[in-house]
Design a binder for this molecule. Structure first.
Ligand code: TYD
Length: 205
């Protein structure tokens, strides 16, 4: 079994990355060994695939090709980073994981959820112990995301309507997997959100 595997999910700009860093600091202060990682990416090969996915025109890949690329990146990430860290007994905090593929690629074309699930079963096969779904009004989140001004805005450029569907998709996923998912209200100060997250993590063995 090994160390705990905790994932952060939510719409673009929901504050996942900041909150992941805070939780890592809190757990380390309590003496836990923590690995912070992200998807797409988190290993050398997976980071190379990330650049293919997050840069360029929104229509650069078909939804099917996108699912294959995300799954290839995830396989590399699990092999090289997540599984070894857990085997060492370390806690893994991951910014996005398979739930992002279920929601993003499932929303882009609803009929593709079956393809996502089959590929996951075939080549990934693990689920997090705890998934924190950061829930926020996409309008507020999107303005934050675009304000960052990086080259990595391919998904954010799908627009507000897409983000609203993503939010609904994440909430539906939380209802589908109630055992491991916790919906965290992501509005308010970073301190307030961090306190909600810490409470959810403490409740999980
Ligand atoms: P990320 O770096 O987490 O962006 P952000 O910090 O804005 O949330 O993820 C990059 C983009 O890739 C993001 O828009 C979500 C998308 N994505 C998918 O569409 N499917 C996936 O499986 C993953 C992991 C990410």
């Amino acid at each position: 079994m090994g160390g705990r595997f905790i994932t952060f999910e939510g719409v673009d700009g929901s504050g996942k990355t900041t909150q992941l860093r805070r939780l890592a600091a809190t757990l380390r202060a309590a003496g836990e060994a923590v690995v912070e990682t992200r998807e797409p990416g988190g290993a050398t090969g997976a980071e190379a695939i990330r650049r293919l996915l997050v840069e360029g025109e929104p229509g650069r890949w078909s939804p099917e090709t996108e699912i294959l690329l995300f799954t290839a990146a995830r396989r590399d990430h699990v092999e090289r980073t997540i599984a070894p860290a857990r085997a060492r007994g370390e806690t893994v905090l991951c910014d996005r994981f398979a739930d992002s593929t279920r929601v993003y690629q499932g929303v882009a074309r609803a009929g593709l959820r079956g393809m996502v699930d089959r590929l996951h079963e075939l080549s990934i096969g693990i689920e997090p112990d705890l998934t924190l779904i950061l829930d926020i009004d996409p309008e507020a989140a999107l303005s934050r995301g675009l304000a960052r001004g990086t080259a990595e805005d391919r998904f954010e450029r799908f627009g507000l309507d897409f983000q609203q569907k993503l939010r609904a998709g994440f909430l539906a996923l939380a209802a589908e997997f109630p055992g491991r998912c916790r919906v965290i209200r992501a509005e308010g100060s970073a301190e307030e959100v961090a306190a909600r997250i810490a409470a959810a993590v403490m409740e999980t063995p």
